[in-house]
Design a protein around this ligand. Structure first.
Ligand code: IVH
Length: 710
């Protein structure tokens, strides 16, 4: 898409704009830079500027366009955001009907498909293109004269809903693409809109915390998001899109080329340049700046190799950042595709190979109500155990009262359960058709199931909360959160020990972690000298954890790990928050009014401040050591580092500190900006990604230590 020379140029130009604002004469160059950075970020996942730097460039363009509205172009990066729709989405006709695919579930089905294809074409061996079957919502886009002209949902396959404005919110879809370089005037292309597993999880966590309905799975999330009336809300859902099919195009000379060979009204031409195979069409889409499955696809000859690749992909299904539910096998030669043609439902030149289902049905046999660390009472469905995708599921969170009502879930119901990869199992729906009439409505408790105090619901919220801060359930959950891996990371503690120690009155609140009576613990079954020593050391070590971990560990509402880091960087020590007002808090990066109010409230509460003071007396670090730790040497000056996997000799935080002390920088992701990836045990996707960027040096923990020793 961008040559090395263009890349170098655009990067240089952007750096200049970051140093000195672009002027009106630079507006085209600025737009090109923004498009380029979108491509690096959304298509290559390899950004060359930070998010803040991107925003800075974007703001410059917004300002220039505001001052010079006559210079706004239709496909400017600022033109993605549209206005809210009042009426529904208009219906539009697809240029070629969107058919579905025939499904196969095992090797025999595939062998059968290949046999038929060979018989129908008279060939001995067929070349196939095998690619993932993305599990999202299908879309159809029309590009005309190099610009995105229309986006539509699948609808009934013949007609869909026009959702162009929402499609524009998906940053991996370019608003313009040089189809004319391929002699194409108009093209209809097909693809799938997805929500990544990470965005899905983040979205649901937020919804759950706010007591709003959560989404059942990333697929529903994607299709639901496309039909939201407010494009700004669509933009917030971080959707992505893969484009995998060109169903129709016209050449600059006016020739028409279509999937539908026997289209009665049109004079359809034969397949010819720019692409005569499916894989070439994927390559073209990739080169035009679309995210096509160019890197994921494989072209193979014969069905055995197809089966092999399908199995290979199924094995790494869980490691992918998005959901796939199978593979799609397509005859690669487009002329052969035309020869095979279609039935009224599906093409004869393609078949889906579906992976093992991750859905199952089970019976909802009861409901338990759990109390979380913020006092939120969460209903948990107890199910007859059902084996789905390799694990037995017997209990599933139903999130809140709204969720139960919306899905009309009743005790005794048969429910459809889905486990999507590393996504927590969800109840998709109940099956009212199989009700016997004996099902029971789920009643929400009025009192806390643990401490019996009355439950409250804030206005506009769907969560019932126990507001008794001494409620044992909340206390226990708060301690569990405090010791957890992402918080203070006190190893050998864990939820089971917290519960045990609390029941035995060895633990009563967070500070009591640091005054544990180890003699009493030694009397307990299963606690030998070694395990007690381990626990004691882990607790002692945790006192030196960096400030952002302590802030996160306190469990302040809406303060996740990222916000905790922002907060830690803004102060010298934790007590500084007690004198900050909401406005000051809100001025920090990515902290809105809701979060700021919550932090303010937390530090205005005397009990909380008292507890933190107590923790200080017990020897916990309260200071932002990062800011104060002065650079001791310049050995690593200008060099960027990232640690991945489990280190044997160093704690992650110590390693990061060493880097900074020697003048180096820690970055958060693998990109061409990264100089060194330090790899510990069981390193995963970061290592794989780094291997693909040959400027990154991949080193071991020992090699890293050697570097800083010098
Ligand atoms: S090709 C005419 N390729 O699966 C053939 N479809 O059950 C057009 N899908 O409606 C479809 N990934 O939404 C194709 N790599 C892929 C796909 C894919 C997902 C979806 C698509 C289609 C459904 C068929």
């Amino acid at each position: 898409m961008y040559s090395a020379q263009q890349t170098q140029h655009l990067e240089k130009v952007s750096r200049e704009f970051l140093k000195k604002d672009a002027g009106v004469k630079d507006i085209d160059e600025l737009r090109n830079s923004l498009r380029f950075h979108e491509y690096r970020y959304y298509i290559l996942s390899d950004p060359l500027v930070s998010d803040t730097e991107y925003d800075q460039l974007y703001k410059q363009l917004e300002k220039l366009e505001k001052e010079n509205p006559e210079l706004i172009t239709k496909n400017s990066p600022t033109q993605r955001v549209g206005s809210t729709l009042n009426a529904g989405f208009p219906t539009v006709q697809h240029l070629v009907p969107m058919l579905s695919l025939d499904n196969s579930y095992n090797e025999d089905d595939l062998i059968d498909f290949d046999r038929k294809a060979r018989e129908n074409t008279g060939l001995d061996t067929i070349e196939y293109c095998v690619e993932p079957k993305f599990d999202g919502a299908s879309i159809s886009l029309i590009f005309e004269d190099d610009e995105l002209a229309r986006g539509a949902t699948r609808g009934d396959g013949v007609e869909g809903e026009e959702i162009t404005t929402n499609i524009k919110q998906i940053r991996s879809i370019p608003l313009s693409a040089k189809f004319s370089d391929y002699n194409i005037q108009l093209a209809e292309i097909r693809g799938e809109v997805l929500m990544s597993k990470k965005s899905f999880k983040k979205y649901n966590e937020l919804m759950e915390e706010e007591g709003l309905p959560v989404l059942a799975n990333p697929r529903n999330a994607a299709s639901g998001s496309l039909r939201i009336k407010d494009p700004k809300l669509v933009a917030k859902r971080s959707l992505e899109a893969f484009l995998y099919h060109v169903s129709y195009y016209t050449t600059l000379e006016g020739k028409k080329v279509s999937d539908e060979k026997d289209h009665s009204k049109e004079n359809i031409s034969k397949r010819e340049a720019p692409f005569i195979t499916h894989s070439e069409s994927l390559q073209m889409l990739w080169d035009l700046g679309f995210r096509s499955p160019e890197k994921e696809k494989k072209v193979v000859k014969g069905i055995e190799k197809v089966i092999e690749y399908c199995k290979e992909f199924e094995a790494k299904r869980d490691d992918l950042p998005y959901e796939i539910d199978g593979m799609v096998i397509k005859v690669n030669d487009l002329a052969l595709q035309d020869k095979l043609g279609m039935t009224s439902h599906h093409p004869r030149w393609a078949i889906a190979f579906k992976f093992k289902a991750r859905q199952g049905t089970s019976k909802l046999i009861g409901v338990e109500f759990n109390v979380g660390r913020t006092g939120a009472v969460t209903p948990v469905a107890k199910l007859e155990p059902v084996f789905i995708g390799g694990v037995t599921v017997s209990s599933i969170s139903m999130h809140n009262e709204e969720y139960i009502k919306e899905k009309d879930l009743r005790i005794g119901d048969t429910v459809l359960v889905e486990r999507a990869g590393d996504v927590i199992p969800q109840i998709v729906k109940s099956l009212p058709e199989v009700r016997t009439g004996h099902e029971k409505i789920i009643h929400y408790p009025k009192q806390c199931p643990v401490c019996n105090s009355e439950l409250f619901k804030e206005e506009g919220e769907a969560v019932w909360r126990c507001i008794n801060i001494e409620c044992p359930a909340q206390v226990v959950e708060k301690i569990i959160h405090f010791v957890s891996k992402d918080a203070m990371d006190i190893k050998h503690f864990g939820a089971a020990n917290v519960l045990k120690f609390y029941d035995l009155k060895l633990l009563s609140d967070i500070p009591s972690i640091y005054t544990l009576d180890f003699d009493k613990i030694a009397e307990l079954e299963g606690f030998g000298k070694k395990s007690i020593d381990n626990l004691r050391t882990a607790i002692e070590d945790s006192k030196q954890q960096p400030l952002h971990r302590l802030i996160y560990a306190l469990g302040i509402r809406y303060v996740g790990e990222t916000t905790a880091k922002t907060l830690a960087n803004a102060v010298k020590e934790i007590f500084d928050f007690a004198s900050m007002n909401i406005e000051e808090l809100q001025s920090l990066e990515d902290i809105g009014i809701k979060v700021a109010t919550s932090i303010y409230g937390f530090f205005q509460n005397d009990d909380n401040v008292k507890m933190i003071k107590h923790l200080k007396e017990l020897g916990l670090n309260m200071k932002n050591t990062k800011k104060q730790s002065s650079v001791e040497s310049n050995t690593l000056s200008e060099q960027t580092f990232l640690f991945t996997g489990t280190m044997n000799k160093l704690k992650r935080s110590d390693a990061e500190e060493i880097v900074e002390k020697h003048g180096g920088k820690i970055v958060s992701g693998v990109s061409s900006k990264l100089n060194y990836l330090v790899v510990g045990e069981d390193a995963g996707s970061k290592l794989e990604k780094a291997k693909k960027i040959n400027t990154i040096k991949i080193i071991s923990e020992d090699e890293f230590l050697e570097m800083v020793k010098q």
